[in-house]
Write a protein that binds this ligand. Structure first.
Ligand SMILES: [Zn+2]
Length: 168
């Protein structure tokens, strides 16, 4: 676990966002559609990593490709495996092994969650809640999910990186 992790979320157009994740070795980048509340789902999925022996699955709809995050808590780390399936309508119930691995990394939970919180805060700072809703269209900015994750992170992770004050 190197702790070198970058995560970025950019609203790119009406109902689309570019999600990028990278470690020291590889990066993955996806154009995510608003068919699901993707950012909220990822925040809640990461929130699940604070339970014991956690496994969470989060699917992004790339219309038609499915990008499935499988998050697995391993000690103080999180194993992230991102699978790609050709057609979300067909792969909805498919086992992970039917997909192809497009990115995989094990990171300290603290670093991973810190990076995702920071990216979500940047989205909120850049667009505001009204601007987010205008661009993402089907769902509001996930304020509650972000607050929950930040609370869990600050309480449990002993994070040594600077934090922006949370202003919804
Ligand atoms: Zn932090």
């Amino acid at each position: 676990m190197t702790g070198q992790i970058e995560f970025d979320w950019q609203l790119s157009g009406s109902g689309w966002a570019i999600c990028r994740i990278a470690d020291a070795v590889a990066e993955a980048k996806f154009g995510v559609s608003y068919c699901t509340d993707a950012l909220a789902d990822l925040l809640y999925g990461l929130g699940g990593m604070y339970r014991s022996e956690p496994v969470e699955r989060v699917s992004f709809d790339l219309e038609p490709v499915e990008i499935r995050w499988v998050l697995r808590g391993v000690g103080t780390g999180v194993d992230v495996s991102i699978y790609r399936f050709a057609d979300m309508s067909a792969s909805f119930d498919a086992p992970d092994a039917d997909g192809t691995v497009s990115w995989r990394s094990t990171q300290p939970r603290s670093r991973l969650v810190h990076a995702v919180i920071g990216a979500a805060q940047e989205v909120l700072q850049e667009h505001g809640e009204a601007g987010y809703k205008a661009r993402w269209v089907r769902f509001p900015f996930p304020v509650a999910a972000l607050q929950d994750l930040q609370r869990l992170h600050l309480l449990n992770d002993d994070c040594d990186q600077p934090h922006e004050p949370f202003v919804p």
